[in-house]
Design a binder for this molecule. Structure first.
Ligand code: PLP
Length: 499
């Protein structure tokens, strides 16, 4: 892949694809390149060390008139693309929710690109349709979810949750699919509830469905960032007194900022009392339920109406693959199924067609990679890797707890640690001291990220700038966690003693 670029592609034909001979040659070369990429990834800066616009400035503004040789294109991947990448596959990627691809997942993507099926109807890809049903049932069993749930794959949790809320809305029986919501005097305000810590995808889903942001009521959380069920019950009752129609509650198992777990078991009581749909956003933490001794994290979810889990977050699945489990698939179908004449098939009443359950017609063959991942690692292999990530997070949290200069800012139920430096800081007022600590922690984060050796991100908890260390990469080991601890302390020392 490092050969010098040639000007035109002499090997390309006027019609048709690349020859199978070239496909084989470059295919082997690319797989070799990926293997070397993983071998040398620790030598690359985790966070792209470029300025905005740097890559664009190096790319031609218009497309090539004639085809270029594959050698030249691949050489440019090395020269231009790799330096502009933030390496999510780096073992010291600790930002946001650290995730990772895996070899069987990459092979699944490769095959799926070759098959290029559009899984819209059963007959356009029987394999995709049937494998999806089977593999999602495997995942359901691994997570300990009951048989009442059936699953459907979407691209992201944002889209899964949007579809869950649409199914919940269909369940209010107000002919919204047929008549819409605008200009209707017979329609009360429809309300969705989620905690202040819920992911912004819930807000976006509500906006997309035309419910309007005023339809979302944010419920306060307790000192451990979990939804306050009493406040939820009071909010629902107050809304009902005002003629508002509560129709959906979103609980989160593994919130984005801290990975806190909403008390689903008590939330479900409120939902059942008021006949509202309960959707559980377990996009991040749901995968942890494949660890047998962690299945209690889904306590109460056996009574939920829907639940989203993202194998692309913590099940070693290349982006993208999100799963929505739903009890009432008929409602999801009622909200979205629309079969024009050109999509009618003789078998349609006997089979499931993915396009009946969402806004997309064509769907990628995502089940293939998940099937290959589950088969390759096995339930035990997946559980062992997630268990190890949780151990590493506890190990890091213990380092924080033992140090007088650092503090934990939230409990650590999974593999995410929220913390900050808290050295003695001189200041005239508490307010100034708080500002100085925020600035110090922000500088520590940027300092670590600038080394290229690790990548951290942040959030705000109780008004305090909070550093987040998320462990979710298949290559992360104790050595990487020890190193980030050193880096953090080096930055703290540097900032306290600038000379
Ligand atoms: N829900 C939670 C709890 C998340 O943490 C995230 C992303 O981090 C999402 C939803 C959105 O995920 P996606 O990127 O798959 O839409």
């Amino acid at each position: 892949m490092t050969e010098p670029a040639k000007k035109t592609n002499k090997g390309s034909k006027a019609t048709g694809d690349m020859s199978t001979e070239d496909f084989r040659r470059f295919g082997h070369e690319i797989v070799d390149w990926i293997a070397s990429y993983f071998e040398r990834i620790e030598d690359l800066p985790v966070l792209a060390q470029i300025e905005p616009g740097d890559l664009k400035a190096q790319l031609p503004p218009s497309p090539p008139q004639t085809g270029e040789p594959m050698d030249a294109i691949l050489a440019d991947v090395d020269r231009l693309i790799v330096p502009a990448l933030t390496h999510w596959s780096h073992p010291s990627f600790f930002a946001y929710f650290a995730t990772s691809t895996s070899a069987p997942g990459i092979f699944g993507e490769l095959l799926s690109a070759a098959f290029d099926v559009k899984s819209m109807l059963w007959r356009t890809s029987p394999a995709s349709t049937e494998l999806e049903e089977v593999v999602l049932d495997w995942l359901r069993q691994m997570m300990g979810l009951d048989e009442g749930f059936s699953g459907i794959i979407y691209d992201t949790a944002s889209v899964s949750s949007m579809h869950a809320i649409a199914a919940a809305r269909e369940g209010v029986e107000m002919r919204i699919r047929e008549e819409g919501m605008s200009g209707r005097e017979d329609l009360p305000l429809l309300r969705v509830y989620a905690s202040e810590q819920a992911h912004s995808s819930i807000d976006k889903g509500i906006i997309t469905l035309g419910l309007g942001q005023r339809s979302l009521r944010k419920i306060p959380t307790d000192d451990q960032f979990r939804m306050d069920t009493k406040a939820l019950a009071e909010a629902v009752e107050e809304d009902k007194r005002k003629g508002i129609l509560p129709f959906c509650v979103v609980a989160t198992v593994g919130t984005t900022s801290t990975s806190s777990i909403d008390p689903v078991r008590s939330i479900v009581e409120v939902c059942q009392k008021h006949r509202t749909w309960l959707h559980v956003d377990a996009a991040y933490a749901g995968s942890a339920a494949v660890v047998p001794e962690m299945q209690h994290i889904l306590d109460g979810c056996e009574r939920a109406d829907s639940l989203v889990v993202n194998p692309h977050k913590w099940l070693f699945t290349p982006f993208d693959l999100s799963v929505l489990y739903c009890r009432q698939m008929d409602l999801l179908r009622r909200a979205f199924s629309l079969v024009p004449e050109y999509l009618r098939t003789p078998e349609q009443d006997k089979v499931r067609s993915g396009s009946d359950y969402g806004v997309q017609l064509g769907r990628r063959f995502r089940a293939l990679k998940l099937w290959m991942i589950i088969r390759y690692f096995g339930h035990e292999g997946l559980a062992a890797r997630i268990r190890e990530h949780c151990r590493l997070a506890k190990f890091f949290a213990a380092l924080i707890e033992k140090s007088a200069e650092w503090e934990l800012l939230a409990p650590v139920p999974f593999a995410l640690v929220c913390f900050r430096a808290r050295p003695p800081v001189e200041a005239e007022t508490e307010e100034i001291r708080a500002k100085k600590l925020d600035a110090l922690n922000e500088a520590i984060m940027h300092g670590v990220n600038a080394t290229g050796q690790a990548f951290l991100s942040h959030t705000k908890l109780n008004d305090k700038l909070t550093l987040r260390l998320s462990i979710g990469n298949i290559r992360t080991s104790e050595r990487h966690v020890r190193r980030i601890w050193e880096l953090l302390n080096e930055q703290l020392a540097r900032l306290r003693n600038p000379n």
